[in-house]
Design a binder for this molecule. Structure first.
Ligand code: B12
Length: 309
């Protein structure tokens, strides 16, 4: 199955949501869905705009596969809690299609990306980590699961709305810290909030992190700290990064399992976030973004076309 493409045609969209092409073109003319004209004068829509229309107007996708999205699954209404064990099994089995379907079902059921990251993906890896610790899961299953989730997060990134180009954010992990998911999630959540966010990836020396702040002067800089290598003068190096952010007026946001209370008391930063939902909340206040309705199990609408078991 090819990954979702950015641009789609009225024909594709009308088939995907089960309406006539003329009604869809009428909605476009009413400005309900933004359209662009190709060089050949053909009307096209951005996947992100179509999915926002679908999510916000309760026009569920009847045939999402027409848009390159996972087909409506029998379990589209399972919600957060019941999706968790299914994602654990899919990741341990290396079933990328199923993992993608579970995450997209939740996204199209209007769960926010930060909630999906915290309450489903992160919780799934906690479970996988516990199974690894008691030898019920192999290292390769854990690593393969990380790679699958990175690709699924990237597919979500492709269908996100284009960020506001004025508000930049960047971040990553420190030298020796090879945890890829938290910084990939931070990028996605900040893009969802409207930041032009770019993750630098993992294991970056402090002096290079300081350099990117000085050279790009981002509105927000995030640091994910899941592991502090033996012998690294973390507090000393972090202080230099913190001063660089002060000089450029950059909001320094930190998170990660290795940031113990003891360490945090010796650090200076703008915000410490336990979860991606905290990061979303902080980022929204920072750029005065429109507040969002807290998504709860009840609030999320099941995708019509999903069978009522
Ligand atoms: C995958 C994994 C790895 C992989 C990661 C591969 C990859 N491609 O990313 C690698 C190979 C790096 C790894 C290594 C090790 N691991 Co490991 N790992 C895990 C595992 C299974 C998942 C971690 C993960 O990515 N979770 C998903 C992320 C998103 O969740 P998270 O880190 O909790 O982040 C959340 C919050 O903390 C917060 N957050 C985190 N960062 C940030 C940043 C910002 C800006 C914000 C706002 C929020 C935020 O939001 C996130 C979402 O809610 C965990 C199990 C677990 N319980 O999580 C074990 C685990 C963390 N690992 C563990 C261990 C022991 C190790 C090793 C020491 C093993 C070894 N002996 O070599 C090494 C450490 C080496 C090193 N240099 O890093 C132990 C740690 C125990 C402890 N007391 O801390 C765990 C808990 C496993 C276990 N159950 O024992 N690991």
């Amino acid at each position: 199955m090819e990954t979702p493409s950015e641009l789609v045609s009225p024909k594709q969209v009308s088939r995907a949501i089960g309406v006539s092409e003329s009604s869809l073109k009428r909605w476009c003319d009413q400005g309900l869905i933004k359209t662009i004209r190709t060089a050949g004068g053909h009307r096209k829509m951005l996947m992100a705009d179509v999915l926002r229309f679908v999510r916000e107007n309760d026009h569920p996708l009847i045939s999402p596969e027409v848009l390159g999205l996972p087909p409506v699954s029998q379990n589209a209404e399972l919600g957060l809690t019941r999706s968790l064990p299914r994602l654990v099994d899919a990741l341990l089995a290396g079933d990328e299609l199923l993992a993608r379907q579970i995450v997209f079902d939740l996204y199209l059921a209007q769960h926010s990306i930060s909630v999906i990251c915290d309450e489903v993906i992160t919780a799934a890896f906690r479970e996988i980590g516990d199974r690894w610790a008691c030898h019920e899961a192999a290292v390769y299953q854990e690593r393969r699961g990380c790679e699958i989730c990175l690709r699924v997060l990237f597919d979500l990134r492709k269908i996100q709305r284009l960020p506001d180009m004025t508000q930049s954010a960047t971040g990553g992990t420190i030298e020796g810290d090879h945890y890829t998911l938290p910084t990939a999630m931070a990028e996605l959540v900040l893009r969802d909030t409207g930041f032009r966010a770019t993750s630098l990836g993992t294991s970056i020396p402090f002096d290079s992190l300081i350099k990117v702040v000085q050279e790009t002067k981002p509105k927000l800089f995030w640091l994910s700290v899941s592991y502090v290598r033996e012998g690294l003068d973390f507090v000393g190096e972090f202080a230099k990064l913190s001063n660089a952010c002060l000089t450029t007026g950059t909001a320094l946001t930190v998170g990660g399992r290795a940031l113990t209370d003891e360490l945090r008391h010796r650090m200076n930063y703008s915000a410490y976030c336990d979860t991606m939902q905290h990061l979303e909340r902080f980022a929204r206040t920072l750029i005065g973004a429109k507040p969002v309705e807290p998504t709860s199990q009840a609030a999320a609408k099941p995708r019509r076309g999903a069978s009522k078991k």
